[in-house]
Design a protein around this ligand. Structure first.
Ligand code: ZN
Length: 257
């Protein structure tokens, strides 16, 4: 799946003015030999933007894949799921634009809730809390517009379906969901050693928060055993450039472990 996707990307890159060599290496990337070649430092396939779908209000949602695109072990980072907690977006931007790691793959969704960010609301444009809309232990909570309205059914929202589909397709080994404003790493139910490592790298304390029904991280940890999804509650307000750099470096370091 990843190999085919990479080949499709090569064709697109070539069409955008890459060298003729890229044209001829694209089909060979489907062979083991080609995969080896694709890991060179100058690999034009090491950063790729993928269109995932649209929000309720029609805003486009993308992922950026950066690093070794054939690597089956990936780290996914989601900059924003609650629209009024956007501090993770500059971190996700920094990770997406950083030098591609040669031996790992990072998948970045900068903003899973663009309607909520535009409106400065926690919920999406349907008034649903996307972090209560995932299938694991989903139950009806609240009504439209309530802070934790879980939606009419699991995965009723396009943004949740986009993340659900990407995660089942790519099965990231580690996933980081950024929130605000508590300033901690949440013990979310996956590998505590992974969470502890991120806490150490970021300088944020490790704590355990309440686990809510229908959360994205809860669903992942149940649905994909052996992988780890966890919540990072960033501090409130706008992060300083120093903090953005530190947290982005922590994400990159975690992808290499
Ligand atoms: Zn949140």
């Amino acid at each position: 799946m990843l190999g085919l996707a990479a080949a499709g990307c090569a064709a697109a890159v070539a069409g955008c003015g890459a060298s003729h060599r890229a044209v001829f290496t694209a089909p060979r990337s489907l062979t083991p030999q080609g995969r080896t070649q694709s890991r060179t430092a100058s690999d034009p396939l090491s950063r790729r933007r993928v269109y995932l779908g649209r929000s309720v209000d029609g805003r486009r949602i993308y992922a950026v894949k950066v690093g070794d695109l054939d690597n089956e072990h990936s780290l996914l980072v989601v900059g924003d799921i609650h629209g009024n907690e956007p501090a993770g977006i500059p971190i996700a931007n920094a990770v997406a634009s950083s030098p591609p790691p040669r031996e790992s793959l990072i998948i970045v969704i900068k903003n899973l809730n663009p309607d909520g960010v535009a409106a400065k609301t926690r919920q999406n444009a349907d008034g649903v809390d996307l972090n209560r809309n995932f299938p694991w232990r989903w139950r009806p909570l609240g009504s439209r517009g309530d802070l934790q309205y879980s939606g009419p059914r699991p995965l009723s929202e396009p943004e949740a379906r986009i993340a659900h589909s990407l995660i089942l397709r790519t099965r990231p080994q580690v996933t980081i969901w950024f929130h605000q404003p508590l300033g901690l790493v949440d013990e979310s139910g996956g590998s505590i050693s992974v969470e502890h490592r991120f806490a150490r790298l970021s300088g944020l304390p490790l704590r355990r928060l309440t686990r809510y029904p229908g959360s994205a991280a809860g669903w992942q940890n149940h649905r994909l055993p052996g992988t780890t999804a966890f919540v990072v509650e960033l501090p409130g307000g706008t992060l300083s450039p120093t903090r953005v750099s530190r947290y982005a470096a922590a994400v990159r370091a975690l992808s290499r472990s």
